[in-house]
Design a protein around this ligand. Sequence first.
Ligand code: 9WN
Length: 442
Amino acid sequence: YDIAYDPPDTTSALHVGAARVLDANWTGSSTVPSRNLYPHQWSWDSAFIAIGLRHVSPLRAQTELETLLAAQWADGRIPHIVFNPSVPLDAYFPSPDFWRSATAGRSAGAPCTVQTSGIVQPPVHALAAWLVHRADPGLSRARGFLARVYPRLAAWHRYLLHRRDLGGGGLVSVVHPWEQGMDNSPCWDAPLARITPAPTRSFRRADLDHSAPEDRPTDLDYGRYVRLAADYRDGGYRDPGGAGGGGFALEDPAFNALLIASEQALARIAEELGAAGTARRARAERLTAALVARLWDAEAGMFLCRDLGGGGLLPERSVSGLVPLLLPGLPRGIAAALLRTLRGPHFSLGDRTRLVPSYDLLGEAFDPHRYWRGPAWFNTSWLVERGLRVQGEPAAADALRAAVLQLAGATGFAEYVDPFTGEACGAAGFSWTAALALDLLH
Ligand code: 9WN
């Protein structure tokens, strides 16, 4: 027995490491996802970041969301990027001079005080706002946090539900792969094949200055991303603009499940502010029914993406189709099937994988290193961890939580990891990895 032996406290080391990443990536009013690769503010990153940051600084977490919401467009959309004017134009592509929000987005009500992109990202924000409030209700009330963000969050949901129901079935559509957040998912291969790529010489990618080409989307992917974004911009960012005419329009399970979870959070926020949450809860129920009616595939045992360009339900299996586990209102049989799929050969959680792979291990397009075509990401694993708790699977949730914490620390808070080996891929010191590890520590 050695009385001087003091085993290292790995929990607090992880806490300190994660808090350091968030400090290093803090700009004074928001947090960049990664200093080199993503030097501006991203929409769904900020929501995940706020969820973790609330454990370190509830004030900074509130500020993170307030900064993002200050860039909201008059039509209600929250842009997927808010640009930092002090970052050089060539540090990230596409830069503000590509999006031209203040001019091209004028009729959609883009702000003139700040430059933004014109597309959106998944609506995690109301959920984040509610969780941030809960971390320090006293500070939140003293600053009028919820009272100030509520109208903006309500307008955001209104935009999605009224301007983006391109399929007419009650769900929200995305009009660009960057909107869904899983940029090069094999789910988009078929619908993207219809898009004529912009010539590679017409733009210069900045991402390859900071990360390995084999971990990133291809030049051909980028040509199509650029074409779609430029067409949307040239149409004044008007909706509906993506569907029909050979464009790109899809109903995605994760995007819609996050909207439902956020609508439930908005009901709680309304009640906290002394209003009624009943209509929002009823809407969340209707959206859940639409999700099941339009995107559930009993044979696949999971939710799939619907291609509004004529492709119907797309056969590719992505982690997106497991995210609806988050929803407490999911029919029991569907939740049970999703759990079987998560543990089965396509995702193999708890068997061949410890974090949830982004794409089908048995899929033809599976690649353990290429971005959203197989690697495991921390935000989707966090969502599935929450989902396992919602569905009454605490042991599986505990195992996933332990894996997130261990791999976040071991990889230096990597952007994503090889789903079999846990090897780090993409950027290091990635903000949402640090933030969501912090959240699971608490
Ligand atoms: C395009 C910031 C963002 C994430 C996305 C992720 C990646 C951007 C890019 O980085 O997308 O929006 O340049 O590749 O796919 O989910 O929000 O971290």
